[in-house]
Design a protein around this ligand. Structure first.
Ligand SMILES: C[S@@+](CC[C@H](N)C(=O)[O-])C[C@H]1O[C@@H](n2cnc3c(N)ncnc32)[C@H](O)[C@@H]1O
Length: 222
């Protein structure tokens, strides 16, 4: 039976599964498990990359394949560490943010991870990160809110710290999308971001312009 013909049981099976799952004790147990797994991390309210389908897709495609226990990662605009948590399998992790209050919250959640270093920066730099020492850079939810001047400055500062052949994955705002047209999202589009990334001498490996409803993702290397 083809999934798309009228004999498909896709929808009725789904309903049966959901009804079974509506049993209260099961729902409470699941909610408790979800809360415990989230580890009280600030930012999970925007979606947990371990649970929510679009973010899980991004994690599986752009994060997990790059984790190597001997490599170093850096998270730009780490906030409460929602995505930093996905990087814990790296040998060393730098978590960079401009706002001290966010870093206080970050340190509270990550204090037991001795291989994670929280760094306060000036808005675009990487103080204390040695040249050509980083294998993988991730930024999620940060470039979507900063202007192109700051993005350009970040790209210039990424060049010296990223190892040759290292990977950078950046989520940014896409003003072509209606959900990014409200205030708070920076003026950017995949066309402009592509040009900016290339102008700084990087090679684009891959892009995802569809999964996020308010932005897009660019994956590049030196
Ligand atoms: C929407 S939050 C996202 C936090 C986290 N990446 C996440 O996905 O949960 C944006 C974060 O970027 C930080 N931020 C804003 N401008 C920044 C800048 N110029 N450099 C570094 N961090 C910045 C904010 O302090 C905040 O922690």
């Amino acid at each position: 039976m083809a999934l798309s013909d009228l004999s498909s049981t896709l929808h009725t099976d789904q309903l049966k599964r959901e009804i079974r799952g509506l049993w209260w004790p099961l729902r409470i147990a699941r909610a408790i498990r979800r809360e415990l797994a989230a580890g009280g991390i600030y930012g999970i309210q925007w979606g947990d990359p371990e649970v929510w389908t679009p973010l899980r897709f991004i994690r599986d495609r752009y994060v997990l394949p790059f984790i190597k226990p001997e490599h170093t990662a850096l998270d730009i605009g780490c906030g409460g560490g929602r995505w930093t948590r996905q990087l814990l399998g790296f040998n060393r992790v730098y978590a960079v943010d401009y706002y001290e209050d966010l870093l206080v919250e970050f340190r509270r959640s990550f204090r037991r991870y001795k291989h994670v270093t929280a760094i306060r920066n000036n808005g675009t730099d990487f103080p204390g990160v040695p040249a050509q020492s980083v294998d993988y850079i991730l930024s999620f939810g940060c470039f979507g809110h900063i202007n192109q001047g700051l993005i350009s400055s970040y790209l210039a500062n990424i060049r010296p710290i990223l190892k040759p052949g290292g990977n950078a994955v950046i989520h940014y705002s896409d003003k072509n999308k209606i959900m990014a047209q409200g205030s708070g999202f920076s003026d950017n589009t995949p066309e402009e971001m592509r040009a900016l990334v290339r102008r700084h001498g990087f090679r684009i490996i891959d892009e995802d312009t569809t999964t996020m409803w308010n932005g897009a993702i660019v994956h590049f290397t030196i």
